[in-house]
Design a protein. Structure first.
Length: 249
């Protein structure tokens, strides 16, 4: 996992002495012997270039998952947040990702009730969510931090309205996440068994799409990637059975 705040802003010197961007770094890291899974987070939309997007169609060990925080679907709110991109530009980035990797899972972050957010602004966020279709997301109510420009803005949104908006947004996001998970039932996916499960004889693993998956498995398989046939799904996790146990994928 390559971890950083706005990690795709990374740039540096290439191995040949030229300029390298984050896509170049991903390509070099992907060459490490024995590296079966590669991820990165968190990316910033306006810094998402073609070089990085193309890696998702080029590299087998780069997982088909990207966390792409949007925060809001209203251009007025995005401008007030100083996010440096529009909703249309964000949607175009999602389109480009899906062109190179049609099965890619997109997750995001949202803030509702930013100062000045109108009903129309919030509805724009809901429309964006419907257009994208997220595999998972994190969403929060805006809360003022002392000393920040937003805390001094006029038109602070009442708490009751923020709560109502967050409830609506989370209902939509949760329904999309559940639908994404339900679509895996019956499929065989490679799962990295990474943690002990809550129940005895159970391990918790992760699909390439970062879906938590509960599997009845011996602890000797801890840390391995195994084939799992998905048998059940909720909005938050999957359950499955070991399949082709001797074959690592």
């Amino acid at each position: 996992m390559l971890l950083g705040q706005n990690v795709n802003c990374w740039h540096g010197e290439s191995l040949t002495g030229g300029e390298a961007d984050f896509g170049d770094l991903i390509r070099e890291v992907a060459k490490i012997d024995g590296l079966e899974r590669l991820r990165y987070t968190t990316s910033y939309p306006s810094k998402m270039n073609d070089s990085l997007i193309r890696t998702h169609g080029e590299l087998e060990n780069l997982m088909p998952y990207v966390h792409l925080p949007v925060q809001a679907g209203s251009n007025a709110v995005l401008k007030a947040m100083n996010r440096q991109y529009t909703a249309e530009e964000y949607l175009d980035i999602v389109r480009r990702f899906r062109e190179v990797r049609p099965d890619i899972a997109i997750s995001s972050d949202f803030i509702v009730g930013f100062p000045g957010e109108t009903d129309e602004d919030f509805e724009a966020t809901m429309r964006l969510v419907e257009q994208v279709g997220y595999a998972s997301s994190f969403s929060f109510k805006y809360s003022a931090r002392p000393g920040t420009p937003a805390s001094l803005m006029k038109n602070q949104v009442p708490e009751s309205i923020k709560t109502e908006r967050l409830t609506r947004l989370q209902e939509l996001l949760l329904s999309q996440q559940k639908s994404f998970n339900l679509n895996t039932i019956g499929k065989k996916l490679p799962v990295l068994l990474a943690e002990k499960g809550r129940q005895k004889g159970q391990l918790l693993g992760y699909t390439p799409y970062l879906q938590p998956t509960h599997v009845s498995a011996d602890e000797t398989l801890f840390g391995q990637i195994v084939n799992v046939k998905m048998t059940g799904a909720t909005a938050t996790s999957l359950t499955g059975e070991l399949n082709d146990l001797a074959k690592r994928v």
